[in-house]
Ligand binder design. Structure first.
Ligand SMILES: [Zn+2]
Length: 202
């Protein structure tokens, strides 16, 4: 993992030292409204609109390994809106195909989930696993995305699905991935499933 404590943080927009997105540039982030009743998901909080600065910083997290930016984005989001979670909610995340995670060295959804666990004091458990190495979703339309995701996840054998789950991913675009994961959680016994992503398309 990249340890970046020794390096000063600079605003990715204006270069100002101190944060990845400084107070001034934070104003360029647009808060995104929640999405309700998507398949088995009750409510999905997708903090920011997936565009401009939010898109650039998530790219940096995924491809340059700027993990610290995750903490900053979540803290900023929580100042505005703390997600409602029922008692005993367990946090879980969209898994990556094992070989892909090995190559990248991390799963950003897991890192986001860990940070959420820290802030909310809830347990983070890996409940799902990815069993199919799917194509990248970026160039697929909505119908193709759903087909691409079908049967690509399953519940981890050794886990028991809790009643209330918060499912975490980095970005919500078509929702195909999270809906597929939520479907499996529901089938495995989850009663209420909520979602959290750093950003979403609006
Ligand atoms: Zn700035």
């Amino acid at each position: 993992m990249v340890v970046d404590i020794m390096f000063p943080k600079n605003c990715i927009n204006c270069g100002k030292e101190g944060k990845y997105i400084c107070e001034k540039c934070e104003l360029f982030l647009s808060e995104a409204p929640s999405i309700f009743h998507q398949g088995s998901l009750e409510e999905v909080i997708g903090c920011w609109e997936y565009e401009g600065l939010a898109k650039r910083i998530i790219f940096k997290i995924k491809y340059d390994g700027v993990f610290d930016a995750i903490n900053e984005l979540i803290e900023t989001a929580f100042e505005k809106r703390e997600p409602y979670l029922p008692e005993n909610t367990i946090i879980t995340f969209v898994p990556m195909f094992r070989e892909k995670e090995r190559i990248r060295g991390f799963n950003q959804a897991k890192l986001i989930a860990k940070k959420l666990g820290k802030i909310t004091g809830r347990k983070v458990l890996p409940l799902l696993e990815k069993i199919k190495d799917t194509r990248s979703q970026t160039k697929l339309d909505k119908v193709e995305r759903l087909a691409n995701m079908k049967d690509s996840f399953r519940k981890k054998e050794e886990t028991v699905c809790p009643n209330n789950v918060l499912l975490v991913d980095d970005v919500w675009t078509s929702g195909a991935t999270m809906k597929e994961c939520a479907k499996i959680l529901k089938k495995s016994g989850a009663k209420r499933i909520f979602g959290f992503t750093l950003a979403r398309t609006v």
